[in-house]
Design a protein around this ligand. Structure first.
Ligand code: GLP
Length: 246
């Protein structure tokens, strides 16, 4: 794992955006894996700036999002499709048909998951996957458990995740309890992974993750230790415990 500690959220975000922009310049038809949550918003803002001010061209780029709440339609303002449209897609020159977010209304979510994975492979696989991390070590919506499912699938959310994500909803009972998520197998097939973490509420999990000398399904992000090309970019706050452990 390559570990980069940047001074603050802004610097973390520009670093991530510049890695993505360099990759798009090298391969204009880049297949980019995207995440939702608060963490990548700064990266998306910087990519938008690069598009508007520096002509960064997304016209041939294809994106695949990690996950979607189950039961929410793309028009629902709490859906991840809605988030992606408003946070990134509508501000850049990406073709709508080249942006994939799992369908939260899929009738047979597990069959749908297989199709989603096949679509990714048909496009040649994800070149760069952006990831955030949950406070409990989840990636996408792969929650700590005795077993982790490899392919894109329907999953239940833990209480911790529902609590953490309730800040985006009017009340906690409005937070969906299920989601369709890429599995660990799907994520680990990405050629390159960029894991982002910022702020004090990620200090503990990043400290724990980066001192690991083992993988455990109880810390899904620990599987990333097996991947040959992961870059972790943290701000000083998220890196506090990691640095103490060095
Ligand atoms: N499914 C998403 C994850 O993809 C994200 O990485 C995580 C962290 O979110 P945040 O970036 O808001 O801390 O939460 C959500 O549950």
């Amino acid at each position: 794992m390559k570990i980069i500690v940047e001074k603050d959220y802004e610097k973390m975000s520009s670093k991530a955006a510049s890695l993505i922009s360099e990759a798009i310049q090298k391969k204009p038809d880049l297949i980019l894996g995207l995440a939702t949550g608060s963490t990548p918003i700064g990266t998306y803002e910087e990519l938008i700036r690069m598009h508007k001010e520096e002509g960064l061209d997304f016209s041939k780029v294809t994106t695949f999002n990690l996950d979607e709440y189950y039961g929410l339609s793309p028009e629902d303002d709490q859906s991840y499709r809605y988030f992606m449209e408003n946070t990134l897609f509508k501000h850049i020159n990406i073709e709508k048909e080249n942006t994939y977010v799992p369908d939260g209304l899929a009738k047979d979510p597990n069959a749908y998951g297989k199709e989603y994975d096949e679509k990714i492979q048909k496009q040649g696989g994800i070149d760069i996957q952006i990831l955030g991390i949950g406070r409990n070590g989840h990636i996408a919506f792969n929650e700590p458990d005795d077993e982790l499912i490899l392919s894109t699938h329907l999953t239940g959310l833990t209480k911790d995740t529902i609590d953490a994500n309730s800040r985006f909803f009017d009340s906690i009972d409005k937070v969906p309890t299920k989601a369709i998520t890429m599995g660990l197998g799907t994520i680990m097939k990405a050629k390159k992974i960029i894991l982002l973490a910022n702020g004090k509420n990620k200090t503990e999990i990043m400290g724990e993750l980066l001192k690991q000398d083992k993988v455990t399904t109880n810390l899904p992000a620990s599987l990333l230790l097996l991947h040959p090309d992961v870059t972790v970019i943290m701000d000083e706050e998220a890196a506090e415990l990691y640095k103490k452990n060095l």
